[in-house]
Design a protein around this ligand. Structure first.
Ligand code: ADP
Ligand code: MG
Length: 211
């Protein structure tokens, strides 16, 4: 059975950190239009902390411990709304995995499904409110479909990257009704959501780590 190995999950975290460094200015620029210009800084700081702990994380017994360690690090190191939300995603994603040394597509689906559930219950945002949910929810739906169709992990990851990009772009025309961007009301329309953009980068990093 085709699986995602722990070493590939480590590569995912490293690649994500690299993406956050490379896109720090871009994410901050997006956040300056509809927020407080700190999203790039927040994401870079959070994933740099994860990388600071990478040797410790590499010792994780299983995928649950790895994702839990990542979530805890993000919660404790990123300020702003996104830290607790991404932290919750990784933490909740870890909760449904029990002793997995590697993940099947079914495991990844179950894990992301629970991660999304956590973000939604913590942030109380739903689809169409111009947040990271506009990427994460279609991604989970795509994973469900891919699992049902019996696609390979690579095919499923290719699909989630496409769906994530579409979700990210869909936020441009949305009116923000959650988070800091909601203070702008109608003026939030016409700008891409920073959190949806960082989510898209995280998913791209995942795909590239598995190929
Ligand atoms: P802050 O808004 O506190 O400055 P960041 O700038 O780091 O935090 O993150 C902003 C991003 O967080 C937004 O672009 C949005 O995607 C996401 N976000 C904000 N509030 C919520 C929420 N309630 N649910 C889901 N995502 C949210
Ligand atoms: Mg901000």
């Amino acid at each position: 059975m085709e699986t995602i190995k722990l070493s590939q999950l480590i590569t995912w975290l490293e690649k994500t950190a690299k993406y956050m460094q490379e896109n720090k200015e871009y994410l901050t620029e997006l956040d300056s239009a509809i927020g407080d210009a700190d999203h790039g800084f927040n994401m870079e700081r959070g994933f740099n902390k994860v990388i600071g702990k990478i040797e410790e994380l590499k010792q994780s017994e299983d995928a649950a411990a790895l994702l839990k360690g990542t979530g805890m690090t993000l919660i404790s190191s990123i300020g702003g709304a996104s830290g607790p939300l991404y932290g919750t995603f990784f933490l909740q994603a870890s909760m449904v995995l029990k002793g997995n040394k590697e993940l099947t597509l079914e495991d990844l689906k179950a894990s992301f499904e629970n991660g999304l559930k956590g973000v939604k219950s913590r942030g109380r945002a739903s689809l169409g409110e111009k947040t990271m949910i506009d990427v994460l929810e279609p991604v989970v739906a795509s994973l469900v479909t891919s699992t049902e169709k019996g696609l390979t992990i690579n095919e499923a990851l290719e699909n989630i990257v496409n769906v994530a990009e579409t979700g990210m772009k869909s936020t441009i025309n949305m009116l923000a009704t959650k988070g800091r961007a909601s203070y702008l009301g109608e003026r939030s329309v016409g700008h891409q959501d920073p959190g949806a953009t960082s989510s898209c980068l995280i998913l791209k990093a995942l795909k590239e780590s598995i190929n």
